[in-house]
Design a protein around this ligand. Structure first.
Ligand code: SF4
Length: 328
């Protein structure tokens, strides 16, 4: 920062998979391991078992792992690495796009939900450590979840991230975007001009406590749908049409509007700098397979790698080129 290498306006986030120091051939199915005393004595297993009792699960709590490594249980069984299947950790970078300086780094098991969670951790930590908060952040569609966009917009950061939209239908029936939202009345208007509302009770409950899945449910009246000529294009298998709306829909709409801007187009190009850093880490710094085990081991190796990459850029920036020879 002292050398003026940090712009502080635009950050980018991404993750790359690094193979764990765990053989893919010595795996056990599922997560039911009867740990031996010897295994329990090893640091990665001790750390993993301690994390299981903590607040944040070391694995993806919604999905039981298909396979687990008895030597490095926190590593995730993944198809996203350089082998067809392997155990891996994700190297998460948060960079300042001006000169591709890494402002924070985090290790997570290779799970998209964990990578998205790491983004919040890195942004918060960077703000606390360096009083640096970007105006906008660029990332790929994996970071475009409603929760992530809601969090970013809520913190005054513009997401230059494609919206992850699951509301699109490909069976020829109307998608959510065919329904117009009327903010004043908190209702949707369908292509036939009828309204879809939340039930009064559901609306009151949602206001007091947002639903667990973050989705509000708007329903058309069965009478309207029964009489409608468009029913076969709308809800052929249901009595009445239902439209789901995320509690973060306003943040998603804000992001959609940003996607049309010139700045968003520029961020899409500039965020490729993060891929160059991953390529450099793997090709030039030999970070293809970890040497240390456990999440703590991965964190240490990732932090060292990121430090080396930043020092290289600092050295390049600080080097004064030799004076040109004067020709007679
Ligand atoms: S089926 Fe119902 S929701 Fe769909 S267009 Fe007709 S009235 Fe509207």
């Amino acid at each position: 920062m002292g050398e003026g290498l940090i712009g502080g306006e635009g950050f980018a986030v991404d993750a790359s998979v690094i193979e764990a120091d765990a053989s893919r051939f010595a795996r056990v199915e599922g997560d039911e391991i009867d740990w031996t005393e010897k295994q329990r004595a090893s640091r990665p297993v001790r750390e993993y078992l301690a994390a299981l009792d903590g607040e944040v699960s070391p694995t993806n709590p919604d999905r039981k792992p298909k396979a687990m490594s008895p030597t490095d249980p926190a590593a995730a069984w993944t198809t996203r690495g350089r082998h067809k299947v392997m155990f891996g950790y994700s190297l998460n970078y948060l960079i300042d796009m001006e000169k591709a300086i890494i402002v924070d780094v985090e290790a997570t098991p290779t799970r998209i939900t964990k990578e998205v969670d790491a983004t919040e951790t890195m942004i918060t930590r960077t703000q606390e450590r360096f009083q640096l908060k970007p105006d906008y952040i660029a990332g790929d569609v994996a970071y475009g979840t409603a929760e992530m966009l809601g969090w970013l917009v809520g913190h005054g950061i513009d997401p230059h991230i494609p919206v992850w939209d699951k509301g699109k239908r490909d069976d020829g029936t109307f998608s959510r975007e065919d329904f117009r939202y009327d903010r004043q009345e908190d209702r949707y208007i369908c292509p036939n001009g009828k309204e879809l509302k939340q039930s009064r009770l559901a609306g009151r409950i949602a206001k007091a406590k947002p639903p667990k899945d973050g989705l509000l449910r708007y329903r058309a009246s069965k009478g309207d749908c029964d009489r409608c000529d468009l029913k076969m294009r709308c809800c052929p298998k249901e009595g009445a049409r239902k439209v789901l709306r995320s509690v973060h829909e306003e943040a998603r709409d804000h992001t959609r509007a940003l996607m049309e801007s010139e700045a968003y187009g520029q961020s899409r190009v500039r965020r490729k700098k993060i891929e160059t850093l991953f390529g450099e880490a793997k090709r030039n710094l030999a970070l293809t397979r970890l040497r240390l085990r456990g999440l703590a081991g991965a964190k240490d190796e990732f932090l060292l790698t990121a430090t080396v990459q930043n020092l290289k850029r600092l050295a390049k920036h600080s080097t004064i080129p030799p004076p040109r020879p004067i020709c007679a």
